[in-house]
Design a protein around this ligand. Sequence first.
Ligand code: EPZ
Length: 420
Amino acid sequence: MEKIVVKGVKELKGEVNISCAKNSILPIIAATILCPEPIVIEDTPKLEDVDVICKLLSELNCDVNISNVNNRLTIDTKNIVEMDANTELMRKMRASFLIMGPMLARFGYCKLSLPGGCNIGSRPIDLHLKGFKLLGADIIMGHGFVEVKAKKMIGSRIYLDFPSVGATENIMMASVFAEGTTIIENAAEEPEIWDLAQFLNKMGAKIKGAGFGKITIEGIKSLKGISYRPICDRIEAGTFMIAAAITNSKLKINGVNEEHLRPVIEKLKECGVKFSEYINNSVIVDGRATKKPLDIKTLPYPGFPTDMQAQMMSLLSIVEGVSVITETVFENRFMHVAELQRMGANIKIDGRTAIIEGAQKLTGCEVKATDLRAGAALILGGLVAEGETEISDIYHIDRGYVEIEEKFRRLGAEIYRINV
Ligand code: EPZ
């Protein structure tokens, strides 16, 4: 079994390059199903989740190739088949469910195993199915599968009870060829939604309003092959900003869109972190000043991202004073608290609220990554804990962070992967 070992307490220095966004490239790869011509995606991040969705497309008889030159991913879905997608792969990554919208748009049919829940919540798909139904699809559920079929997709007005990222993406893709106009109201506004729409429009789709609460899709006949580079990963960038803060270091981070990270930057500024020299998507993050406690509530974009909640909790665990974090997006996203408590963090949970009494220091010990961002939070804790922190179940981390220990090692951290 692989583990990551981190030796604290080290100041970091230098610069780090942020990879392309996991949560952009997954829906973009799913969207290639809409186009029978070859698509090239540049700078594809080497991530477990990218491997899973590429394997899924290969099993549907698509040609999927990645070259070392520029990590160039080429996908040709010309010969795609309609067979039922591999249950085991579907269960492995819920984002696989994002192929349902494009399969429905291209074939008028799709049958997938229901995506599992995960450690952070039940992860329902009711809003995805509500959109498909309003677009003219019949939904059949049973035996752990969901089947959608439609003789003809008709544009419709779809209101999302919650601005679900996945539902917005799946419905946007399902409606690309629908007759007439589709309007998605109370749509998710995350930058990755904007990126997916940019990708689809470059292929010839007619989508307006992505990144805002109301998205309009005019149905078209077909799409053409293109090449595309997704946006940088704002959550990876935010993770390294917190690394600078938690280790009292000054770092240069390359691949930062200030607008996409506004909620994280504003909260870190409130905490005492300084940001300067925003030049060509790079920023200097100075975390050397004394930090102040914070009150944070996670919200859909443009609120504070739930995907940064665990990492922020690691920082606030060593900031003197009482901080409060309220998780409003997922119902069970405090699994990392027990692990941070093992390291000496003083955290109390009251429903969806965590009250953090900043401890003087954390101490290294054996801990377990319980989900992707919790794993990153434990690495951050390990960077400032006295002694060694040994993190197991690191497959969670490999799902969403490219070569994380190499990137931290290049900043001077004592961190390495072991096989036990
Ligand atoms: C995406 O998940 C991201 N994953 C998640 O990132 C991220 O945490 C989440 O959006 C919120 O920003 C990808 O983009 C691959 P949602 P998604 O649908 O689409 C409820 C990471 O660490 N909901 O916006 O699954 C749901 O229960 C991962 O990179 C319904 O009720 O998130 C949850 O409470 C973790 N019905 C809330 O919406 C539905 O049909 C947010 O879920 C769908 C969702």
